[in-house]
Design a protein around this ligand. Structure first.
Ligand code: PHE
Length: 488
C-alpha cells in the first residue's frame, strides 16, 4: 500500500527507535506538527503497520483554594502551629485566629492524625513534631503543584479536596510497530518523494528533478457526511412550496398572544374547557404589550353576548379582563384571524407552518410543542367542496391519497370536518378544518365565507418517516438522521 510522505517519515522515526514502544507525544519530526504526526499514526494503524493503545494521563494543579493556601498556609498547617506554639488552643481562640470555616477544615484534617478536641480545646500530643513534619510536607507539595504534578500517589493527601487541587486529563497513545511494520523496508529516497506542489515550490522551481509520489486511487477514504437539512425542516420547506406554488401568502404570527385573539375572536366561549390551566400555558407577566386593534374586542364581546344576525351567541357577560390574559398560542388559527382582520380585501389566501404550545403530557403521540400547517381562503365563492379539493391536492403532493372527511366540531367553524388519512393500512387524524362561523367573520369585518384548516405536522412526519414514537423526531439520533438522508 502506498504511503504518504508524512507516514513514511513517522515510520522511519519509529524504525530508528526499533522495538521500543513509544508514546505518540514523544515522536518529534522536523517539519511535522503534532496534528500531522497524529494523523499519520492513525493512517499507519489503519494500514496495519503499527498498533496503538489510548492512554489517559492526569496532571494535578492548584485549585482556587490551593492558590489561597499556598500563600496563607493550609488550615491544618496554621492550626497545628498555633497548637504546638501554645501547647494547646481553645476552639474559640483558634476560630478567632484562623476563621470559622478554616477551623472546620483544620479539625477534619487533624482528626486524621488522631488530634481531636477535648473539652473545647486541642492539646498537642506527644508525637506532634512528627505530625507537623507530615503536614509541612503537604504544605511544600502545594509549591510543586503550582507547576503541575502527574504522580497520582504524591497527591494522595489531597484526594477529595477538589478545590485545593484540580485534575487535568490528557490523552496520548502508545505506539508499537507490528510485524508488518518491522519488516517493511524503507528506502531513503522514499522520504523525499513529493506529495504536493506548493506555490513556493513552483516559484523557486524546487520541484525540478524530484520524484513525485504516486497517486493512490485505492487509498481508504474516511466516510464523510455532508450537512443536510433536518427531516422536519425539509418537510416544512416542501409544504411551504406547495402553498406558495398555489399562490398563497405566508402569514406572520406571534408565540405569545392575547386570549382575545387566540380564543375570543374565534368565538371560543370564555368558559370553554380548553381554556383551563391544564390545557393552556398562561403567562405570568406584568408587562402587557399593546393589544393591537382593541376595537375588535367590542364587536367580539357583542357576538359572545348577543350573537350576530339570527345567531344567539353564548348569552353570558363577556369578560374584558379575561380577553387580556396572555398565553402561548395554542393554535395558529389565531394568525389566520389576525391576518384576515388586518387584510380584509378578498380574495385572501394565507398559510403558515408554525409552532404552537399545549399543556399536554408528552407521550408517543403527543408533544407539548408542535407545528401546525395552518391556512385559510377568504373569497366570495369559498365553500366546503373547494376546501375538500384543496385538502386533497395538498395531501396528494405529500403522497397521501386516501383521505376521509369526518364531521366534527370546532367553536369557530360550521360545518367542521376532520381530515383523516389512511396510510399503509393505518388511519391518521391529520387535523381540523371548516368554514368560519358568522360569529367569527362578522365581528372581524369580513363579508364572505372563510374556509380554514389547521393540520398537525409532526403526526404526518411520524407516518412519512415510519416512526413509532413522535418524540423521535426531536431526539436528533445521528444514525436516524443519516439513514433518513440516505433514503431521500
Ligand atoms: N385550530 C384547530 C386545532 O388546533 C384546527 C382548525 C383550524 C379547525 C381551522 C378548523 C379550522 O386543532
Amino acid at each position: 500500500m502506498d504511503l504518504s510522505p508524512g507516514e513514511i517519515r513517522v515510520l522511519a522515526f519509529l524504525k530508528r527507535n526499533q522495538n521500543r514502544t513509544i508514546k505518540e507525544s514523544e515522536i518529534k519530526i522536523d517539519g511535522m506538527n503534532t496534528r500531522e504526526i497524529s494523523s499519520s499514526v492513525s493512517w499507519l494503524e489503519a494500514k496495519g503497520y503499527l498498533t496503538t493503545i489510548r492512554e489517559t494521563s492526569s496532571t494535578w494543579k492548584l485549585g482556587p483554594e490551593g492558590v489561597k493556601y499556598l500563600e496563607e498556609g493550609l488550615p491544618e498547617f496554621r492550626a497545628i502551629k498555633i497548637m504546638i506554639d501554645q501547647g494547646s488552643v481553645s476552639m474559640k481562640d483558634l476560630s478567632a485566629k484562623i476563621g470559622q470555616d478554616e477551623m472546620k477544615i483544620a479539625l477534619a484534617q487533624l482528626a486524621k492524625f488522631g488530634i481531636r478536641p477535648s473539652s473545647g480545646s486541642l492539646a498537642a500530643p506527644a508525637n506532634s513534631a512528627e505530625i507537623l513534619s507530615k503536614i509541612e510536607n503537604r504544605q511544600s507539595l502545594l509549591v510543586k503543584l503550582k507547576d503541575g504534578l502527574s504522580d497520582s500517589s504524591a497527591i494522595s493527601d489531597f484526594r477529595g479536596r477538589e478545590n485545593v487541587i484540580q485534575e487535568f486529563k490528557s490523552y496520548d497513545r502508545t505506539v508499537k510497530l507490528t510485524e508488518m511494520g518491522l519488516k517493511l523496508q524503507l528506502e531513503n529516497a522514499q522520504e523525499d518523494l513529493l506529495g504536493e506542489v506548493t506555490s513556493e515550490m513552483l516559484l523557486s522551481r524546487s520541484w525540478q528533478g524530484k520524484d513525485f509520489r504516486k497517486y493512490d486511487l485505492n487509498a481508504p477514504v474516511e466516510k464523510t457526511y455532508t450537512t443536510y437539512m433536518h427531516p422536519l425542516t425539509s418537510l416544512i420547506q416542501k409544504i411551504r412550496k406547495i402553498f406558495l406554488e398555489m399562490g398563497f401568502t405566508e402569514m406572520p404570527g406571534h408565540y405569545i398572544e392575547y386570549t382575545g385573539w387566540n380564543m375570543d375572536a374565534l368565538f371560543i366561549p370564555q368558559d370553554h374547557p380548553a381554556r383551563e390551566m391544564q390545557d393552556t400555558f398562561y403567562l405570568k407577566s406584568d408587562a402587557k404589550p399593546e393589544f393591537e386593534h382593541p376595537e375588535i374586542l367590542k364587536s367580539v364581546a357583542r357576538a359572545h353576548e348577543k350573537g350576530v344576525k339570527s345567531y344567539r351567541g353564548w348569552g353570558y357577560k363577556f369578560n374584558m379582563e379575561e380577553a387580556h390574559r396572555l398565553v402561548l398560542r395554542t393554535h395558529t388559527t389565531v394568525s389566520t384571524i389576525r391576518s384576515l382582520y388586518e387584510n380584509p380585501e378578498p380574495p385572501v389566501a394565507v398559510f403558515s407552518v408554525e409552532r404552537v404550545f399545549r399543556h399536554e403530557s408528552v407521550d408517543w403521540k403527543h408533544l407539548a410543542e408542535l407545528h401546525q400547517v395552518e391556512g385559510a381562503v377568504y373569497a366570495k365563492d369559498a365553500n366546503l367542496s373547494t376546501l375538500k379539493g384543496l385538502m386533497r391536492h395538498f395531501y396528494h403532493e405529500l403522497g397521501f391519497d386516501d383521505l376521509d372527511f369526518i364531521p366534527s366540531y370546532y367553536p369557530y367553524t360550521e360545518p367542521s370536518m376532520d381530515v383523516v388519512a389512511t396510510f399503509n393500512g393505518k388511519e391518521i387524524e391529520l387535523g381540523g378544518s371548516g368554514i368560519f362561523r358568522p360569529e367569527v367573520t362578522i365581528p372581524a369585518g369580513l363579508k364572505y365565507p372563510v374556509m380554514a384548516w389547521g393540520l398537525g405536522l409532526e403526526r404526518l412526519a411520524m407516518f412519512l418517516y415510519d416512526l413509532k414514537d413522535i418524540r423521535d423526531i426531536y431526539n436528533s439520533d445521528i444514525e436516524w438522521l443519516r439513514h433518513f438522508q440516505a433514503k431521500m
